[in-house]
Ligand binder design. Structure first.
Ligand code: SF4
Length: 456
């Protein structure tokens, strides 16, 4: 499996990995692939399926403008984004990859075709460039979850395609466990040895530290930034008030640690909803669960170490890669079970490993984590990554700790395997009606906000 821990944990911007980060990367790559950018006189981007149906709420149009401008999700300053977007709208011009200006109408040159879907994946976009000689060149991209993109005609995301094969290949959890038994390796050691095919141990550790730092910073920012989230639902940020309450004096309840875990997750997902800097884990919509559980480990578990945090992330990455390979981490493809469910399973396995659990216990923890999210739909109100997403991350984080704890109380043997649960995510997702797959056409999205805000 050629998926790196740094493919799953990517520093980017909110509010959505599939609807923001993926389209931004696709728009930039479409232009980078052109032989001569100076020949382009016009660009049009057409969004299909879920990208069109919830694209406005998820900021897809803004992401397209950023990508066409040549900006990268990991380096763009989130604070500068509104000014960049406004400039395109006011000037009716865009600077392609920051070096070739052409006329551009935000209203006409980004088209939302929610009633049309392309065959491979519900999140599709087409970039059509018109050249000076009147000819047109076009490319179709699929945003397949977690910020991964697939260009039509290619077989894998370009970030993974060019790598040498990982030496310790495994296609499912059973093979991963067998590898661990045969070679006396823990899961995080298997992942590290594969990662070593692409980078040194020093680079892996520095990269993991950078990811954790970005997650921690996101939590800390979310704890103090007050206000109302954008998008029109008038959702008030609640992390700062919760933070004040938890710091206050007064009677401490035995379950207060749960409130801290919820707070960490909510802080991250409020930051995500605001379009700030976040880390996909494995997606933006589910970005709060793993940081919240890692922070729980660091702040509340005696004996927590930097090495333990690294074991957590590497083990979680192994589980995330299995979901990506054998089911999906895209809410538009399998519903929220593939986002919050996958994140919960990853966090459960990571915590279990960091607390000294065996490979079998970590696999058990991941299985418990996903088993109790099976069938969970994606029905974001107003097409925004706010309700139910923010609170759902708090619930996912608590479940992950519970799952790790249950697994640690056993010996790793259990009835339902992680592979069977992941297969169930895939088949349940295939059976799920489209209105429950990031379209804002069903569930809470229409029962709470009956007047559809979806634009087709
Ligand atoms: S409901 Fe779940 S899958 Fe859907 S946008 Fe929210 S977090 Fe993502």
């Amino acid at each position: 499996m050629n998926i790196s821990v740094f493919d799953l944990f990517k520093i980017g911007i909110g509010p959505s990995s599939s609807h923001t980060v993926g389209p931004m990367r696709a728009a930039r790559k479409a232009l980078e692939d052109l032989p001569d950018l100076t020949q382009v006189v016009h660009v049009k981007v057409v969004l299909y399926g879920s990208l069109a149906l919830t694209g406005r709420g998820h900021g897809t149009d803004k992401a397209i403008l950023l990508g066409l401008s040549g900006l990268r999700q990991d380096t763009v300053d989130p604070e500068a984004i509104p000014e960049i977007i406004d400039a395109v709208a006011i000037d009716n011009e865009i600077s392609l990859l920051g070096r070739h200006r052409i006329p551009f109408s935000v209203a006409d040159d980004i088209e939302f075709r929610g009633r049309e879907a392309l065959p491979y994946h519900p999140n599709a976009l087409r970039v059509v460039a018109t050249l000076k000689d009147g000819s047109k060149t076009e490319a179709v991209f699929y945003s397949i979850g977690g910020g991964f993109i697939l260009k039509e005609g290619e077989t894998s995301d370009s970030t993974a395609a060019d790598r040498v094969p990982a030496p310790l290949a495994y296609a499912n959890a059973a093979e991963l466990l067998r590898l661990g038994r045969d070679r006396t390796l823990r899961i995080h050691e298997v992942v590290r040895m594969n990662e070593n095919a692409w980078r040194s141990n020093a680079d892996i550790d520095a990269g993991l530290d950078r990811i954790w730092e970005a997650m921690r910073t996101c939590i800390d920012r979310g704890l103090i930034i007050e206000g109302t989230l954008p998008g029109g639902l008038n959702v008030k940020r609640r992390a700062p008030e919760m933070y004040r309450q938890l710091q206050g004096k007064g009677v401490k309840m035995p379950h207060e640690i749960m409130d801290w875990v919820s707070l960490f997750a909510i802080a991250v997902n409020e930051e995500n909803a605001a379009g700030s800097r976040v880390v996909t884990a494995p997606t933006n919509g589910a970005a709060g669960i793993i940081p919240a559980v890692m922070r729980y480990y660091e702040d509340f578990c005696p004996g927590a170490t930097r090495a333990g945090l690294h074991e957590f992330m590497l083990t979680a990455a192994a589980v995330g890669a299995l979901f990506k390979r054998n089911a999906s981490i895209s809410g538009a493809e399998v519903g929220c079970q593939g986002e919050v469910g996958a994140a919960c399973a990853m966090a459960a396995a990571g915590l279990c490993a960091a607390l000294g659990g065996s490979n079998e216990q970590a696999e058990n923890a991941a299985e418990i984590g996903i088993e109790h999210h099976l069938g969970m739909t994606c029905d974001p109100i107003g097409g925004l990554v706010q309700i139910p997403c923010i609170e759902r991350n708090a619930m996912g984080a608590i479940k992950a700790i519970n799952a790790a704890s249950l697994a640690l109380r056993g010996d790793g043997s259990h009835n339902v395997s992680l592979d069977q649960a992941i297969e169930t995510v895939k088949t349940t997702g295939a059976d799920m009606q489209n209105k429950y797959k990031e379209t804002a056409l069903g569930g809470l999205a229409i029962n709470v906000l009956p007047v559809s805000r979806v634009e087709c």
